[in-house]
Design a protein around this ligand. Sequence first.
Ligand SMILES: [Zn+2]
Length: 462
Amino acid sequence: MAGVAAANGFPVLNLQAYLEGKTVLETRALVADLCRQFYTLGWVSGTGGSITIKVHDDSIPKPDQLIVMSPSGVQKERMISEDMYVLSSGGEVLSKPCPKSYPHKTPKCSDCAPLFMKAYQMCNAGAVIHSHGMESCLVTMINPLSNEFRIAHMEMIKGIFGHGYYDELVIPIIENTAYERELTKSLSEAISAYPKTTAVLVRNHGIYVWGDSWISAKTQKCIVLDIEGTTTPISFVTEILFPYARDNVRKHLISTYDTIETKDDIELLRAQVLDDLEKGILGCTPIPPDDAGKEEVIESLVVNVEAMIKADRKITALKQLQGHIWRTGYDNNELQGVVFNDVPEALERWHDGGIKIYIYSSGSREAQRLIFRNTVHGDLRKYLCGFFDTTIGNKRDAKSYCEISQSVGVDKPSEILFITDVYQEAVAAKAAGLEAIISIRPGNAPLSENHEFKTITSFAEI
Ligand SMILES: [Zn+2]
């Protein structure tokens, strides 16, 4: 068997051990799990339709990766990982399921196998699915003479790579044949004629659909998001939040002077200013004692806080006060949290898919929560499992990401996907073993071209 694999360029010396190894087993389990899920959704029926996924392995080039394929003859809702076929990248069967006892049928390699292989070879797919779903049959029946299905102005199009709401999605339609394998030729012709398509419809039958990234989204258990430049325009922070805090220091201190919270904020500022004076930091002035009177104390606090903001100091005393000023702003609707339009839909989709979502941002955790609490899209905190700020460590330090992995309780760091707009943060996350993607958003600083990270312009791509 090792010889067969070698002929396909598969670079694993001990194929049998690899087939029985963790990576292949996980993919088998994933396909079985998806079969059961898709059955529940009506995307595959008891025996109709099939799911195949490449065994994702960073040490093997994608064209050589093995393929796990669900068999025909086994009820999708009862599929288990032992039922899977494993094929070489060239389509040879490397491992087949054990026969089952009566009254079960013996699992067979799917009749769709040659079609799946075409999609893998022609489109460099990472996963290919064949569905007999009712909707995919109906769209081929709207116009029995049309050889393509076109749709625009449909919200869900944004979920398909390279498409925005105003774009037109075009999917070729091929005619059905008596036997599934006879579709191979027309499928490959359709892919050649529509090189950008990620699906082919089969009239009165169903759809073949493929993709390359959502396998990784499916195996990821956690997503950790940066805020500025990732979920939220940088300008919201620089042009709205910071000026709001700056302009409302005096008003906030006057109206809350006697509260325990503000007393605590003032205490912290006093300690910071004393420390700064000792170090000779410019712009700070001594704060008079409390008995000098409210007005005098506040006046001095304002001068100090303005100097701290001007110097863009990342200190807890300042961050804590700003957080409280913002909360007042959100409470009386002078502030509203801003996220990019694709964010709420993605949060909901990931959340529904069982993925845990966290925030890791340099703003204080209270400030983070406030941004997601009152947005135009409502309170988005229901999708979020937790917040991390720099008390866990610097965002450019790999150790911080190790800490986060420990805190969210994944088995291995690679189960976490971290999305940020800052290259150095992506590097640090990757060094800690996380998957990292760089977010390109309007208003972000330009990204240098020589980096090895995947980039996205919208969460819909994940
Ligand atoms: Zn079929």
